[in-house]
Write a protein of this length. Structure first.
Length: 455
């Protein structure tokens, strides 16, 4: 599919979804150039792998021999680079459009949902990669088992992708099997209402191929737009469903269970990734693999050896004096689930949470919900809002959010002040949450804690 491409230029190459495609092309022998606003660990990895990246909005950096420009809708439309691409008449595709072009002849498993899709797609990919099917996977996070967001198996007919609802991107896909994990109000800057978002997810299910499969979490409410011949199955952690756990046990922070299927049971699943929501994610991943035809033993081996995704309930430090976890949680429901999982695994311990709100519009739309979810912490270190693609909104700032949070110990701090706080105060359990550039604090915090507490 990429043999006629010589050079592809990416605008927003440091995005997690963009970088997976860039890696795929580069390994296929295509020259890869790109732009991103700032250098990150990921962009430096891409450069080390051989890709050419620049960090200034200067059109002269677009090579003359560029065949195709791939861009993410998260970049502002007034970029000089975007204007230059249009004026030069270069072929330009959105990330989702180009991804569909790459995978359109494959059997696609697409995981959609406002929460959980990264870990579930990673777990499905891991199961398939260790099965007779094999797979190529484009992931929305770094899988710990592979230290990459790309799993490459050119000989396999199976592709696993994350189906991103932002900007209606997932409507570019035509999956053989689709998974829907949750449809909570989010991206209201795009959809405006929950009903419009639900309609978009229903449109996504209408794209499932004839004789395909929909696996949806029990209780998720969307209009029925399934094509005739598409089979619908449900999964759940705690409700009656086609796939659900039996004989659930918790030991040393790790869950074990048997999985009920429509025709029997898969015994002795013991997810290596901690947390209650990782348990639910494993149910969805195992169910998807079973529906596709993966054997019970291959499912068991995959679930029990999948160690999770970076920044998804990611245990970074576990010492007698301190435990540090990092999570991508950026929606009130995700924050609540994350803190609940911490309390379930580490009962009775005090939790200091560092949270960076993501987007002015999301903070505005869920101000009260954010306040309520963060009140489950013992201490909150709040950062300024990460604007991403947005301009400020009057009256929407972290001070306003802080004022709504009913906690005795709450502080609005800069990244430097957060590191000072950790240096000068004991944190029993430390938890970083957010989808912005809070990830750049992870290594400094990890280093600081190891130096402070490791004997």
């Amino acid at each position: 599919m990429t043999t006629h491409l010589n050079l592809v230029y990416f605008i927003g190459i440091g995005g997690i979804g963009m970088s997976a495609i860039a890696r795929y092309l580069y390994k296929a022998g295509v020259k890869v150039y790109g732009y991103d606003k700032t250098a990150t660990v990921l962009t430096r990895q891409l450069e080390a792998e051989g890709m050419h990246i620049h960090y200034n909005d200067e059109p002269e950096n677009i090579p003359a021999e560029t065949d195709l420009v791939v861009y993410t809708p998260a970049v502002p439309a007034d970029l000089e680079l975007i204007k230059a691409v249009k004026s030069r008449g270069l072929l330009m595709l959105k990330r989702a459009e180009f991804l569909n072009y790459i995978i359109q002849l494959k059997q696609t498993i697409a995981v959609a949902g406002t929460h959980g899709k990264t870990t579930i797609s990673g777990a499905i990919a891991h199961i398939f990669n260790h099965s007779s099917y094999g797979c190529t996977a484009f992931l929305g996070g770094i899988a710990k088992n592979y230290q990459s967001n790309l799993i490459l198996n050119p000989g396999s007919e199976v592709v696993v992708v994350e189906a991103d609802e932002f900007d209606y991107s997932f409507l570019k896909l035509d999956p053989a099997l689709a998974v829907i994990t949750a449809v909570d109000a989010d991206h209201l800057d795009i959809y405006h209402t929950l009903e419009t978002l639900q309609e978009a997810f229903a449109d996504f299910t209408s794209k499932i191929k004839t004789d395909g499969i929909l696996l949806i979490k029990q209780g998720v409410n969307i209009p029925d737009k399934l094509q005739k011949g598409v089979k619908r199955y449900t999964y759940s952690l705690d409700k009656e469903a086609d796939f659900m756990p039996l004989n659930l046990q918790l030991e040393s922070g790790l869950y074990g269970y048997h999985l009920k299927t429509p025709t029997g049971m898969i015994r002795d699943l013991k997810p290596a990734a901690r947390g209650k929501f990782n348990l639910e994610n494993s149910i969805a991943a195992a169910a998807a693999a079973w529906l596709f035809g993966v054997s019970e033993q291959e499912i068991r081996n995959g679930i029990n050896s999948f160690t999770g995704m970076v920044r998804r309930f990611d245990e970074r430090v576990n010492l007698p004096a301190v435990t540090y976890l990092d999570d991508y949680a950026h929606h009130p429901n995700e924050i609540s689930a994350c803190i609940e999982s911490v309390k379930g695994i580490y009962p009775g311990r005090k939790i200091t949470g560092i949270f960076q709100p993501h987007l002015f519009s999301r903070t505005r739309d869920f101000m009260d919900e954010f306040a309520h979810s963060l009140e489950a912490l013992d201490t909150l270190l709040l950062m300024d809002i990460y604007p991403a693609r947005e301009l400020p909104i009057q009256g929407i700032h972290s001070r306003a959010l802080l004022s709504k949070i009913n906690l005795a110990e709450k502080y609005l701090l800069s990244p430097e002040e957060i590191l000072d706080y950790i240096t000068n105060n004991h944190c029993d359990i430390l938890l970083t949450m957010g989808a912005g550039n809070i990830d750049q604090l992870v290594i400094p915090i990890e280093t600081l804690l190891n130096e402070k507490y490791r004997k």
